[in-house]
Design a protein around this ligand. Sequence first.
Ligand SMILES: [Zn+2]
Length: 648
Amino acid sequence: MKVVKIYMLVFAGAIISASVSAQSHYPGQHLDKISLKETVPMKAYAFDLQDIKLLDSRFKENMERESAWILSIDVNRLLHSFRTNAGVYSGAEGGYDTIKKLDGWESMDCELRGHTTGHILSGLALLYASTGNEVYRVKSDSIVKGLAEVQNALKQNGYLSAFPQNLIDRNIAGKPVWAPWYTLHKIYSGLIDQYLYCNNRQALDVVEKMAMWAHQRLATVTPEQRKIMIRNEFGGVNDSFYTLFEITGKPEYKSLAEFFYHEETLDPLMKQVDNLKGKHANTYIPKLIGLARAYEIGEPEKNKTISEFFWNTVIDHHSFCTGSNSDKESFFEPDHQSAHLTGYTGESCNVYNMLKLTRHLFCIEGEVKYADYYEKALFNHILGQQDPATGMIAYFLPMLPGGHKVYSTRDSSFWCCVGTGFENQAKYGEAIYYHNDKGLFVNLFIASELTWKAKGLKVRQDTNFPSDETTLLTFETQKPVSMPLYFRYPSWATSGTIVKINGKPLKVKQNPGSYIIVDRSWKNGDKLEVTFLMKLQLNPTPDNPDVVSISYGPIVLAAKLGTDGMQKPAPYSNPKLHNDYYTYDYHVPATISNVLNVKGKAVTEWLKPIEGNPLTFKTANIAEGKELTFVPLFDLHRERYVVYWKLK
Ligand SMILES: [Zn+2]
């Protein structure tokens, strides 16, 4: 019944999302495993995730909660639907009946079943890289081994899935089906990540067989069938095939990637047409990640042009103050944010994918605007989507005044955003540092330690940002390293900066929205201290100057509004309903208002910091209404909030 309901939604145009996920491969990474290097010069290269270790912070705490959850899900539970599909129940725990099955989107009647196993392969690979802890690799090996057994048992030319091939047949025939290529993409990517991050050769062997199956299966598809098939959500499967092409150099994988070029959607972008309105956001976004990667490995300039136009369009015309986008999963008309303050804004997978696209475009262009967006979306959306009490994940980030985050449940959700969450929370180290052929970029202010092997250099970043405005870098090196350091001077830091080297002030020539360049010979023990002064700011929506969000530095603030009217199972999703986030009734009490009688007054007149509580503010001098407390939205959990205000 559920699935039938889903078909109806799909064909009514109100698509319940699957989402793309699994890691993308960025320039400069995994050089020992890539046979085709980038042929286009990059402005910046990524480090391997294993070279960055998180130090104590809220980010690390999130990662540890995610880790505990991943490790608690038994391998046999992750394999049972695959084994069922192949007719084998070889779990060490015994037969099929003894395994506690995953529910929600992993239940046996859900057409997306199996996607979580792919996400978890990626999540475990990222956790292994982030921490070096063998426990993640050992668990990964068991899953990969189990999948290899299933692939052999299926005996279908390398096909491997938790559902039968007839879902693919239905997709090709244009018959109703949810999103089989989307789900396969998760498994492709999970296995690729296992090879790249954990050096698991068996994973590469299994995924190559899967790709060769795809090559054979799609060889007989007619152009007309192809056109219909790729209208359906296929995630970032093109990106996975490009990555396999890079690893192996086999042309079949490149043709597979190109097979999934979706002309109908992408060609208008070449003509600089904003065709986003009404499109399912997370079906759309991942198509661009593959294109950006294609450009990096030498495919035509068109791929870059399209990706950049899309990114600019989403950021400039379709995003909320948190860096998230969409209402009920679809893009709306450009610059109409104030008309879409609903309980169904900002699917987490969309942000996950925008961040991946952002990383590619930063490598290509090296522009600070990409790093600014990364910070905005990482702090305001991704970090706050995990419930600190339980580690559960919110699908949407509601902008509805008086709404609240609705979290998944442990065994009965397994939504797409839970899947991407397994990865989001495992890779906070990945976009802090980049390098070019000369020096080092510091893009994010997150407590961490970078080991740059090629330079014989360690850089430790101590910071409690954003609670603290200062970041301290300490250099550790056997011999002095001459190089420029590019320290991001964020666009929001319009109150200026204080920079000190070994305690001595340094004159800064650059402006916000650029890089502070410190070019010198870095010696062991050198310290660079950078402070960016934050200030309160009102951010009007483009369609209504009297509807505003409030930020402090890069951090979006929201008013804490308590739990009145929140009915159980709130703040959790109802475990009996797989998709209730999509129609969730927030029961917002009539007493909650987002009107502020402060029009024309400077924000500093009516919003005052609470001493001793960083990032916390209280209203003052407001003629009517009760006093409100503002905290970072990422820190606001299990209660109602308001992000956007109407000024009167
Ligand atoms: Zn999602």
